[in-house]
Design a protein around this ligand. Structure first.
Ligand code: FPP
Length: 248
């Protein structure tokens, strides 16, 4: 299997990058186009950013592709987004296999149609041996919902006598989350000038470095990703400790 060629970075690349891809609708409106045209162009950005992260040696890239709240959008837009997702899975499949990209999906998939669920399961299985970038698509996802589902599973285990509540620490709790075996997000990028995390990766974002840009998602590209990384490399991550402790 061919792995993507790694481009050495001067700094340690963030192991886990999370992106809230916002601004597709505004991008389309500025051009007098239907909203779906913005989503279509957004897929081009997805492709460019996935390739770039794979080349840079990022281990995990989590993309907020469809939130639990997005189900409330007009039916036509929801259907169009699902079609774009299916197209993406088909059109990128070969490239994912060639580049060792492993697909993962998080969220409440039970709300998707059988067809979409099946396509996702197939794509996840087909790419499961990938040794390169893990691409996490957050679909029908909400951070609170992820935590609630974890709590339900924990309660069941406690009630069944399989888990001692006194042994439940942060690591044990995280093992029940959708992203159980992944490191927390190092860098979270949000496009389109909005400065909030909108229920994305709530648990995993506790010490995430946040990067906000005015650029709309369909205009986000390698150059913009490089700017986000350059900003991240300037950050001093203290994880609640003091500068002096970190120098030891
Ligand atoms: C937010 O922009 C974007 C979304 C709700 C969908 C994101 C989807 C894609 C980029 C395409 C499909 C993804 C994959 C992985 C194939 P918005 O519509 O809220 O923009 P607005 O705030 O300007 O209206």
């Amino acid at each position: 299997m061919r792995q993507s060629t790694l481009e050495p970075e001067a700094n340690n690349v963030p192991a886990h990058v999370a992106i809230i891809m916002d601004g597709n609708g505004r991008w389309a409106r500025q051009r007098g186009l239907p909203r779906i045209a913005g989503h279509q162009q957004g897929v081009e950005s997805v492709t460019e950013v996935v390739d770039a992260c794979a080349r840079k040696g990022v281990c995990y890239l989590s993309l907020f592709a469809f939130s639990s709240e997005n189900w409330g959008r007009p039916r036509q837009e929801v259907d169009a987004l699902m079609l774009l997702l299916l197209d993406y899975l088909t059109s990128q499949r070969q490239k994912m296999l060639e580049n060792g990209i492993r697909l993962r999906v998080i969220g409440d998939l039970s709300r998707m149609t059988q067809g979409v669920q099946q396509a996702l399961v197939e794509a996840v299985q087909a790419t499961s041996a990938g040794k390169g970038l893990t691409l996490v698509l957050a679909l029908s996802y909400g951070g609170r919902d992820e935590i609630l589902r974890a709590v339900r599973r924990i309660v069941m285990q406690v009630q069944g006598g399989k888990l001692d509540p006194d042994r439940l620490d942060a690591d044990a709790f995280a093992a029940f989350l959708d992203l159980a075996d992944m490191p927390p997000a190092d860098l979270m990028i949000r496009t389109s000038g909005e400065m909030r995390i909108s229920n994305f990766l709530l648990w995993q974002a506790a010490y995430t470095e946040l990067y906000f840009t005015e650029v709309l998602w369909p205009d986000f590209n390698l150059e913009e990703l490089n700017k986000a990384f350059a900003d991240y490399y300037q950050r001093r991550r203290r994880f609640g400790l003091t500068d002096e402790q970190l120098q030891l």
